[in-house]
Design a protein around this ligand. Structure first.
Ligand SMILES: [Zn+2]
Ligand SMILES: [Zn+2]
Length: 248
């Protein structure tokens, strides 16, 4: 059995899903423009204000708002990192409560070399299955590309073009049911969900909540188009009529 098979075997209950989505909806408080999490995000490299922080782009501000909705604590560009190669790197978001970092990438911007090097420097040397570190596998770097439904063709486990297993790929596609997956710098597939125990969002590549370290049994990954789990799109330098915005 592979690790991913463990995940596929989690129970899925409609009542659980409904409760999960209602909780997420109640937690939402940002009057942004909601859009599907897999909606086409264009890169708007204009400084964008959200929640007291000025971001380099609307996409980054949108990620901050989305993280708020998911109750994932974030720090924007909190530190400059010197990588093992000597290069300097400023990760976009630190997510301290889930031992993760988020590198925001828009479509058509595939450059992730620094994020990957950073992720490798944070990984522990344990075998993933027997790792007993507080953060299993070490801290995680998530490549925050605009999420798209799962495709077996972009799944690292099917990357061997010499041995294409069409049957396995079709099975994986069917079992995923359209759940978006994210790339971690460990080469593993990540999913996003909301923990039923601590009610916080978390990425996971193992059946354990990264926020509370409880089991994620009974929950499942986010699926596009679900109410309450939307990418919160923030646009414009400052929201009109927002009195909390600092005067220029
Ligand atoms: Zn470890
Ligand atoms: Zn949890």
């Amino acid at each position: 059995m592979t690790i991913q098979d463990d995940w596929h075997n989690w129970t899925v209950g409609e009542a659980v899903e409904t409760a999960m989505h209602q909780q997420i909806t109640r937690a939402g408080h940002v009057p942004g423009q909601p859009g599907a999490l897999d909606g086409g995000m264009t890169i708007e490299a204009l400084p964008t204000w959200y929640g007291g922080t000025t971001f380099r782009s609307a996409l980054e501000a949108s990620w901050a708002a989305t993280l708020d909705t998911l109750r994932i604590a974030w720090e924007y560009e909190p530190e400059t990192v010197t990588l093992p190669s000597g290069a300097t790197y400023i990760p976009d978001f630190k997510l301290p409560d889930i031992g993760a970092w988020l590198e925001v990438k828009g479509t058509g911007v595939p450059r992730v070399e620094k994020a990957i090097e950073f992720g490798k420097s944070l990984a522990c040397d344990c075998d993933f299955r027997s790792c007993a570190c507080w953060w299993r596998g070490g801290e995680l770097v998530v490549i925050g590309h605009p999420p798209a439904p799962y495709s077996a063709w972009s799944d690292p486990q099917f990357a061997d073009v010499e041995n294409i297993n069409y049957r396995a790929m079709a099975n994986a596609q069917r079992r995923h049911g359209g759940h978006p997956n994210w790339t971690s710098t460990r080469g593993r597939t990540l999913w996003l969900t909301r923990c039923q125990d601590c009610n916080r969002g978390t990425w996971f590549d193992w059946g354990q909540c990264r926020a509370c370290h409880g089991p994620l049994a009974g929950t499942r990954g986010y699926r596009p188009g679900e109410a309450g789990v939307e990418f919160r799109r923030i646009t414009g330098p400052k929201p009109a009529g927002d009195e909390s915005a600092e005067a220029a």
